[in-house]
Design a protein around this ligand. Structure first.
Ligand code: E4V
Length: 278
């Protein structure tokens, strides 16, 4: 399901950093189509040498994303080195930390786009397994004053990880996944959607940041919820998604319906632009 890309058609440009098992570079891919030379910006994701053994899960993560296409799902072009479309503005968590103040309607717009990507995956009965702000890429920042809205792309889930790193993904990873990491079900993505919504409305700050592994585990063992927003309807949606009973989590259609009613609530008008954090 991948069309082959030849190495000589790829150019490696600057390094953009390292993931836990991968190195990422900005690059470009040359295609000759009907006699014309097309250069496309790409992101090159290499599996680092001493993790060649998780090659197959690297492959399965990518091949999952290459079999389906949706406007809010990242394009994956190739695999021996993973060649992804280059999404200009990078990861949402870094953007939110940098930006500080984006409007409530900007945030709800992003939340709706993520919900529509999740709805699409749910219809295909595909579990992403790693929904978080770091995996949301901003193709267009959107500028409230110009009235142009943001546009996000959900990135690949990355390598399905050893238990340790699963723990490191508390509170994005659903509690039931800790019991059985191989039993990733659709409801897990609803839990992670709730945690990502929390990030979105808390300036991109990671929930439970700074808690050590022990305290993160206690958070689940004592059925804790994340600190709730003063906006009760938003806090309700987040806690519905982060229900410890997977079956009680809302469907994507319900999530989208609730987001739509949040968008029309007067809270949005009262909070057109968040004050800059002091
Ligand atoms: N598929 C992707 C993934 N990440 C980017 C990206 C964009 C950017 N402006 N800075 C970055 N810094 C690290 C990654 C990255 C682009 N495309």
């Amino acid at each position: 399901q991948f069309h082959m890309i030849k190495y000589e058609d790829l150019r490696w440009c600057e390094s953009l950093g390292q993931g836990s098992f991968t190195r990422i570079f900005k690059g470009s891919k040359i295609d000759i189509r009907d006699g014309e030379r097309h250069v496309t910006d790409v992101l090159l994701k290499e599996l680092d040498a001493n993790h060649k053994n998780c090659w197959e899960s690297f492959f399965e993560a990518a091949s999952l994303m290459s079999q389906i296409s949706h406007k809010h799902l990242l394009l994956v072009y190739g695999i021996n080195v993973m060649v992804q479309e280059f999404v200009k503005c990078g990861a949402l968590d870094l953007f939110l930390k940098r930006e500080g103040s984006v409007s409530v309607s900007w945030k709800l717009d992003v939340a709706k786009q993520l919900a529509s990507a999740l709805n699409f995956l749910e219809e295909k009965n595909i579990t992403h397994g790693n929904i978080c702000a770091k995996n949301l890429l901003l193709a267009r920042e959107g500028d409230a004053s110009q009235g142009s809205s943001p546009f996000i792309k959900l990135s690949d889930p990355g390598i399905n990880v050893a238990m340790l790193v699963v723990l490191d993904r508390i509170p994005w990873v659903a509690p039931e996944v800790l019991e059985a990491p191989e039993r990733l079900e659709l409801e897990c993505d609803k839990w992670s959607f709730g945690a990502t919504l929390w990030e979105l409305f808390n300036g991109g700050q990671a929930p439970l940041q700074g808690l050590d592994l022990e305290r993160k585990l206690q958070f689940y063992e004592t059925y804790k919820q994340l600190p709730s927003s003063e906006w009760t309807e938003l806090a309700d949606l987040i806690s519905q998604c982060m229900n410890y009973q997977p079956a009680f989590r809302p469907s994507c259609r319900s999530i989208i319906r609730q987001l739509n009613s949040l968008i029309t609530s007067d809270y949005v008008i009262l909070h057109a632009a968040e004050p800059l954090p002091d």
